[in-house]
Design a protein around this ligand. Structure first.
Ligand SMILES: [Zn+2]
Length: 409
């Protein structure tokens, strides 16, 4: 059996007054997702265990069938894998955002969706001025700054196990929009060094010619780096060994690709996939359909609805959902006619309410249709429809076995 998974990141939301009391999923025209709901079943899945932070890394692990309480060590080590960086048993990875904090408040955790070239140049400045060997509390470590995509970059602390511990924590910057950052700095063992690096980046970035050219062009600048999401490399059992299925992941986001790669899925690169609202939805759909020929599980992740929520843009969120439906779900449903022994699952990783512009705990709606799945009464894919059926998968990592027909509902 083949399984297609479409992840509209952060799509689950609350009723909006600007949408006449409907949620973005309800307001969006989604004939493809509604067809999945009509032909199959709709329910709620809880991808974020209570003691975990509601973020894409934790929720994606659940969605891929892994219990975050058992395997999660932090966001950055997952991204390191996608960036081709190998972590030794004593190494730590730390997410190094480029952020816009012009007045002590987190005005933009993306530094205006900073372009890759500028991001890379700023990471090179960090490496040159702050990277390399150093002593922390008498312990020798070595710092490596690695450019990633746009604002999403990485700091690797070789030998970090001697400095940090599980009590070392950082604040996800996307969850403190417009808040003063002073109360949200890293805490725990090794946090002094992290705070020192963040502080040191302020003057380095201010004098950078790359940032100055962003000001001249009217863009937001990266005023500093922001360190968080730290952890050691996780140990994840191979997906094929666990479930007997060969998987592929399509995503523009290093984090999601990294989780896929760590469980042994093939990463399929799609030209024009940006991880933002301007992504090439149709290309992702086409590459996903092609991947079906050679894989049992094909997962297409689209970041756009989450980004729209972080920006508080209800219209952009609705249109991102519509694009996913018409350019990915619709063509995929047609392609699946050639694979009668198949299923399709639509499920966001977590909620990102427009009201808070931040990720939140709570179950998300899923729709699953295909071979062996009998239709329930739902005829629409939405939060309300999922509540109505009364079907709940909690913890959410149990849904994968059910979707693969290895366990019944
Ligand atoms: Zn997410």
């Amino acid at each position: 059996m083949k399984l297609v998974i479409v992840i509209p990141d952060g799509a689950a939301d609350e009723p909006q007054s600007s949408l006449g009391g409907r949620t973005p999923l309800q307001a969006a025209k989604t004939p493809g997702m509604d067809e999945v709901a009509t032909r199959g079943i709709v329910g709620l899945s809880n991808n974020v265990p209570p003691r975990q932070t509601p973020a894409s890394d934790v929720a994606t692990l659940s969605l891929f069938g892994y219990d975050p309480d058992q395997v999660y060590t932090g966001r950055a080590p997952l991204e390191a894998r996608a960036m081709g960086i190998t972590l030794g048993p004593d190494d730590w990875a730390v997410r190094c955002n480029l952020v816009h904090v012009p007045d002590g408040a987190m005005r933009d955790f993306t530094a205006g969706h900073i372009d890759n070239a500028t991001g890379k140049a700023l990471l090179e400045v960090l490496q040159e001025r702050l990277g390399g060997p150093r002593k922390v509390n008498g312990v020798s470590v070595s710092l490596e700054f690695h450019p990633g995509v746009s604002y999403r970059n990485l700091l690797v602390v070789r030998g970090g196990a001697a400095v940090f511990s599980a009590a070392t924590k950082g604040q996800p910057p996307h969850d403190i929009p417009d808040q003063q950052v002073a109360g949200h700095l890293p805490i725990g063992p090794g946090s002094e060094m992290l705070k020192e690096i963040m502080l040191a980046s302020v003057p380095l970035f201010a004098e950078s010619p790359f940032n100055k050219s962003r000001i001249a062009a009217g863009h937001k600048t990266a005023t500093q780096c922001w360190l968080w999401g730290m952890g050691k490399a996780p140990v994840l059992k191979n997906f094929q060994e666990r479930f007997g299925k060969k998987g592929a992941i399509i995503s523009a986001v290093d984090l999601v690709r990294g989780v896929g790669q760590l469980i042994g899925w093939n990463r399929i690169n799609v030209p024009g996939a940006t991880g933002y609202l301007d992504t090439d939805y149709a290309a992702k759909g086409r590459y996903g359909i092609d991947a079906l020929a050679t894989h049992d599980v094909v997962c297409i992740h689209v970041e756009a609805p989450d980004e729209a929520s972080h920006e508080g843009r209800v219209d952009a969120k609705v249109s991102a959902i519509e694009e996913i439906d018409s350019k990915i779900v619709g063509p995929m449903l047609e392609a699946l006619n050639r694979y009668p022994d198949s299923r399709i699952l639509i499920e966001p990783d977590h909620r990102t309410p427009l009201r808070t512009r931040a990720h939140s705990h709570g179950p998300v709606p899923f729709a699953l249709a295909g071979v062996g799945i009998r239709s329930d009464k739902a005829s629409e894919y939405s939060e309300a429809a999922a509540h109505e059926t009364g079907l709940v998968v909690d913890p959410g990592h149990q849904l994968m076995e059910k979707a693969l027909n290895l366990k019944s509902f």
